[in-house]
Design a protein. Structure first.
Length: 966
């Protein structure tokens, strides 16, 4: 088989190499040959070859025969001997190791190849055979049925573990015995006969026989015999395969006994179910046990549902009276154990059972030995225990236990039926009692609509007796307008459609009673025929209705109360919203409207809400509303809580005071009673409002034309309306105080402005006076410039007042006037200078506006005096006429730029201007710094650019918020 690995063990290297070359040419894998036993063992351990070609005579402590035995035992691979010795002794020694081939030198390549291939083929066959034998042996040994192999004379040659276990012996002990010795004496003749009938034509036979095991009940085995013959027709062996049929035989016997028992049980069941009385049922059960099992005593114990105890409900004589009614605690005695575990119990001798409760035997005088105790179950739930007892020990068998369990099953059903009958009877009486005592009215009418049953509650609703309703028609107890509703519902009833509707009953005294009616159709089965009132299902006839009447007067009252509360909440929300949206001057009108709405909603003739002063008594203000036609009364006479001492004391508790009848005022309310009665007040409700432990307002409802039964909802609404009025008045007072404060501030501001203007005018006058008195032209010029700056400051403040916005100034509105003022302040300025203004709406605060105005002034002054001095020349790229352009605009949302450019003489350099020490440049740099800006002199000194922070109007709010945060 090409691909296999073959090890060559040969001390003749030329022979070994020749063999290796031949094997390699045939496709085998051949490692380097081994020349000694030690080398061969080493290669075997490392390579694990598939075959070994080995010389018998090798150097070393052992010869090739011993090495071959190790190869077979340790490696289980095929071995082929190579030898030059063909004597009988060498061959005998070689065969001890069971080689797969034997080549005598010299041998040919064909002989070598044939021997190798046959060795591999034989080895594969042996492995397959070993596997099959292992599987067969495993199957036979795993069988639960006994298996034996017999010689023709009956000697056992093989036995499986199942057979040995069945006989209670070891397998080796059974080998060599005769098969007939394992069969009981009664069955040996039959077995010998069956074995003798085996032949080549009929090699199989069957039959049962019991094994001799020494047990009281030896196992009965059904044997299947198979005879095995050789090709010459000689009997080689007999295989016997058995199957234990002891259980089946016992089951067959038990089945016969069980059928007989079931027959008797069926007769007993008819007796059990012939009565629904529990005592009679229990008596029948125990009598059946006594007759069929011939026992001394029997009893039935049932579980008390409330305590869980077992109670003896019935027992047979003797000892019946002594044990009847006896109680066992849960788990006590054998019966208690069976009831708690739900398992049947057969006790051969109760005297040796620790669960036995000896007090029962002492009470009855019966000396019980054996017992069967079986649970009684209903739908998987243990309801009790049934017991049978006898004086003799080991009286009962497992079959008896099964019989008692069957009887217990039937007895449980009979007991359940008796229970159900008793409970149904109780339920019927209970239902009748419920129907008679229900809070709902019940009526049954027939198919014609005639009332055939009514409970007392329905009669009570209608103010009549039950007998007055029987025989009347359904429509006679309805109000006339409800008859059409019932007529429509009646068409639904024969079709088993549930009706639920609201209607109105009319009592005997004429009272109208709203009810909710639920009507269910009633049907009965009929054997044959049809009727015009048949349901859609055949064989069902409509016979009437069952109606349940629920008095919904309280529900209607609750619905009205709920609607009233919702309307009150809606009214309160409307009043609150109107007060929140009202201007201070509209509060009195809204108060009048709120009081009118409150009075009409609560049906009050007069509503009054006095506001209490800080002394807790005097009415500071009083707002009142009176229904048209109601005379003025209380609002005129009451001006302080001191006139109402009892009310004042009660109001401090914060709870509403509701007086439906003035005469019912307590004795200590003498002053209130006299005052209210004199004013013609018949009912009053006060809902005090407290703050800081004192009464701040006393809203009240007054009825003069009729008594009013106001409730807590009316009191709550009155209090909340009063609180809304009080808060509205509080906001009105605060608004008026704020308005007065603003007017005062405006007057103060005007006064401050007047004084500022006066002071500025005073400064201007002093400067003009100084100019006229000065003989120094430079001093006069300095005074003139200072005067111009002061007037410029005044111009900024005047623009603030004129715009009405004291915090912001629009430079675009004041810049033209500023330029004209500068031009007017210096008459020496050339008149032909053109001023070109490009001013955007830049909004600044007054301080920034003053600094910017002074900066523009200084830049203009500097330009007038330096750029257009005598002999100036226009820039080549500009017009010949002198001009100055001023531009102010936003560059970003938070920055602005001021540009002043001209076509006159420019500055020598930007650096020179920034370092100039003259007053003008210094002041310009200071003003730029005050603006937090940057000054840049561009284009040869003819353009001044100042970039400074300034926020657009649309971002003033966010900028102010950021400033506040900083």
């Amino acid at each position: 088989m090409p691909g296999k690995c073959i090890l060559v063990v040969e001390d003749e290297l030329i022979v070994a190499e020749n063999i290796r070359v031949m094997l390699t040419s045939w496709g085998y894998v051949v490692p380097p040959p081994a020349a000694s036993i030690a080398e061969a063992l080493h290669v075997l351990e490392d390579l694990r070859p598939d075959m070994v070609l080995m010389d018998i005579q090798l150097e070393g402590p052992m010869d090739g025969v011993h090495l071959a035995q190790q190869i077979r035992e340790r490696f289980n691979i095929p071995l082929i001997y190579l030898t030059a010795y063909a004597d009988a002794e060498t061959v005998r020694q070689a065969l001890i190791a069971e080689p797969y081939g034997y080549l005598v030198k010299p041998f040919s390549a064909a002989e070598l190849r044939t021997t190798v291939e046959l060795a591999f083929f034989r080895h594969d066959l042996e492995r397959q055979l070993s596997a099959r034998e292992a599987r067969y042996r495993a199957i036979v040994e795993a069988l639960s049925d006994p298996v034996l192999r017999l010689q023709p004379d009956g000697t056992i040659t093989f036995v499986n573990p199942a057979c040995a276990r069945l006989l209670g012996k070891q397998e080796v002990d059974l080998l060599g015995q005769n098969f007939l010795s394992l069969i009981i004496a009664e069955d040996r003749a039959a077995v010998r006969e069956r074995l003798g009938l085996l032949s080549r034509k009929r090699p199989v036979a069957d039959g049962d026989a019991c094994l001799e095991t020494g047990a009281p009940h030896p196992p009965r085995i059904w044997w299947h015999y198979t005879a095995v013959y050789s090709e010459q027709g000689n009997l080689v062996e007999i295989q016997a395969v058995g199957r234990d049929v002891s259980s089946r035989r016992r089951l067959e016997e038990e089945l016969r006994e069980r059928n007989a028992w079931l027959e008797r049980l069926n007769q007993a069941r008819q007796v059990f179910f012939s009565s629904l009385d529990l005592e009679q049922v229990l008596a029948h059960i125990l009598e059946t046990l006594r007759q069929q099992m011939r026992v001394v005593a029997s009893s039935v114990w049932l579980i008390d549902e409330q305590t869980g105890e077992l109670v003896c409900h019935y027992a047979t004589e003797p000892g019946k009276k002594a044990v009847l009614g006896w109680r066992l605690a849960p788990g006590q005695g054998i019966a208690g154990w069976v009831a708690s575990t739900g398992r049947s119990l057969l006790v051969p001798d109760v005297r040796h059972d620790p669960r036995h409760f000896k007090a029962v035997g002492e009470q009855t005088g019966l000396h019980i030995a054996s017992m069967i105790s079986v649970p009684l179950r209903i739908q998987g739930r243990v309801i009790g225990v049934m017991e049978v007892m006898d004086r003799a020990p080991n009286r009962f068998t497992e079959a008896d236990l099964k019989h008692v369990e069957l009887l217990a099953t039937a007895a449980s059903l009979a007991i359940q039926n008796a229970y159900l009958y008793r409970e149904a009877n109780h339920l019927r009486l209970f239902n009748e009692e419920i129907v008679q005592s229900m809070d709902e009215g019940i009526a049954i009418e027939d198919a014609a609509g005639v009332i055939t049953f009514a409970n007392p509650r329905l009669a009570q609703m209608l103010r009549c007796e039950v007998t007055d309703l029987l025989g009347r028609r359904w429509s006679e107890i309805l109000t006339p307008e409800e008859a059409a509703v019932i007529a429509a519902e009646r068409h639904r009833w024969p079709y088993d459609l549930l009706s639920r509707y609201e209607t109105t009953l009319q009592a005997r005294d004429g009272e109208r009673i709203p009810v909710m009616v639920s009507t269910r159709s009633l049907f009965r089965k009929i054997p044959t025929g049809r009727d015009d009132l048949l349901d859609h299902q055949d064989g069902i006839q409509f016979v009437g209705t069952l109606s349940v009447f629920t008095d919904i007067r309280e529900l209607k009252s609750f619905q009205l109360t709920l609607q009233h509360r919702l309307a009150a909440e809606e009214l309160l929300a409307t009043i609150s919203v109107r007060f929140l949206n009202a201007l201070p001057g509209q509060i009195e009108r809204e108060i009048e409207s709120a009081l009118a709405a409150l009075g009409r909603f609560t049906q009050a003739d007069e509503v009054m809400i006095p506001l209490i002063a800080e002394d807790g008594a005097t009415f500071e203000e009083c707002y009142a509303w009176r229904e048209v036609g109601t005379p003025e009364s209380l609002g005129i006479t009451v001006t302080s809580l001191e006139q109402l001492p009892w009310c004042r004391k009660a109001a401090l508790c914060g709870e509403p005071i509701i007086i439906t009848q003035i005469a019912n005022l307590p004795d200590e309310a003498t002053a209130e009673k006299a005052l209210l009665q004199a004013a013609g007040i018949r009912s009053v409700l006060w809902a005090p409002i407290l703050q800081g432990g004192r009464v701040i307002a006393l809203p009240g409802l007054y009825a003069t034309r009729a008594e009013r039964a106001w409730n807590q909802d009316d009191a709550r609404l009155t209090r909340l309306v009063g609180e809304n009025i009080w808060h509205a008045l509080t906001r009105q007072r605060a608004a008026r105080r704020l308005e007065a404060s603003l007017r005062e501030k405006e007057m103060l501001l005007q006064e401050v402005q007047r004084r500022v203007n006066d002071n500025l005018q005073l400064i201007c006058s002093l400067l003009e006076w100084q100019m006229r008195a000065s003989f120094d032209p430079k001093a006069a010029q300095a005074c003139a410039e200072t005067l111009a700056r002061v007037r410029l400051i005044g111009l900024v403040y005047e623009a603030c007042l004129r715009s009405g916005k004291l915090n912001f100034v629009d430079i675009a509105e004041m810049l033209p006037a500023l330029v004209q003022q500068v031009r007017a302040a210096y008459p020496d300025i050339p008149k032909d200078i053109i001023l070109d203004l490009h001013i955007g709406h830049v909004i600044l605060n007054p301080d920034t506006a003053v600094a910017l105005a002074l900066l523009i002034h200084e830049l203009l002054l500097h330009t007038f005096t330096h750029a257009f001095s005598s002999g100036w020349k226009a820039h080549p790229r500009t017009p010949d006429k002198p001009f100055i352009r001023i531009a102010l605009e936003y560059t970003t949302p938070d920055k602005a730029v001021l540009r002043l450019s001209h076509n006159g003489a420019g500055e020598s350099s930007s650096a020179t201007y920034h370092t100039a020490t003259a007053f003008g440049p210094q002041l310009i740099r200071v003003l730029v710094a005050q603006l937090r800006g940057i000054l840049d002199v561009e284009e040869g000194g003819t353009t001044f650019a100042v970039i400074f922070p300034a926020v657009r109007p649309d971002r003033q709010g966010a900028h102010n918020s950021q400033d506040r945060m900083e």
